[in-house]
Design a protein around this ligand. Sequence first.
Ligand code: HEC
Length: 206
Amino acid sequence: MKNLTSLITSLIMIMVFLMTTGCFQGRPSSKEPIHLNPNMDHQEKYRPQAESNYFEDGATMRPIVEGTVARGQLKDDTQYYYGKDSEGNFIKTFPSQIELNMALLRRGQERFGIYCSPCHGAIGNGRGIVVEKGMVPPPSFHSDSIRVYPTGRVFDVITNGIRNMPPYKYQIPENDRWAIIAYFKALQRSQNATLQDVPQSERGSL
Ligand code: HEC
């Protein structure tokens, strides 16, 4: 029993000694802390946009090798990706993979509300909230000149912007641009509708 007590006492004394002196608390050290299980914490690697002394220009990010295309970025479908046919003319319809249906129109309406209505207004008359705050008003989508825009031309405006309008190619993926155009065309039609556009059965309710 006596032995056990003195053993515990010495252990406690050793621990107290180590705790007060062993860790050099509060004293800065230039040595790296001991890292018992390094896993893969420290690796030879570059992070994006980091500096490199391997390449001549000092950058880790490399330019695309001339004449090559990254996988999935060929974009050879000019109708879908640029709104143009193979001769470079704006297409007047929708690319074949775009199915015109109610779901697409709803998606277009939602995206139009987010990306276009702040400037162009919910009905595209060029009176969005940004205009109320002082921006020069964009043209109405219901003017004679814009009503005849082929779909491909609207695609081009959304993609690349035009004069005072910024481009939206980075914010809006292609599919959504086409959905917006479907809604855009529906909106134009709705604002210039005549009684003939209303189905016979519904005319009585007007
Ligand atoms: C930041 C405000 C802003 C947003 C957001 C915006 N536009 Fe515009 N848009 C403009 C302005 C300003 C013009 C007039 C450009 C000019 O003539 O300087 C314009 C012009 C246009 C035109 C007519 C182009 C022409 O040939 O004159 C179309 C079509 C159009 N926008 C479509 C859209 C669509 C579709 C969206 C949504 C994806 C959108 N815009 C989002 C500001 C905006």
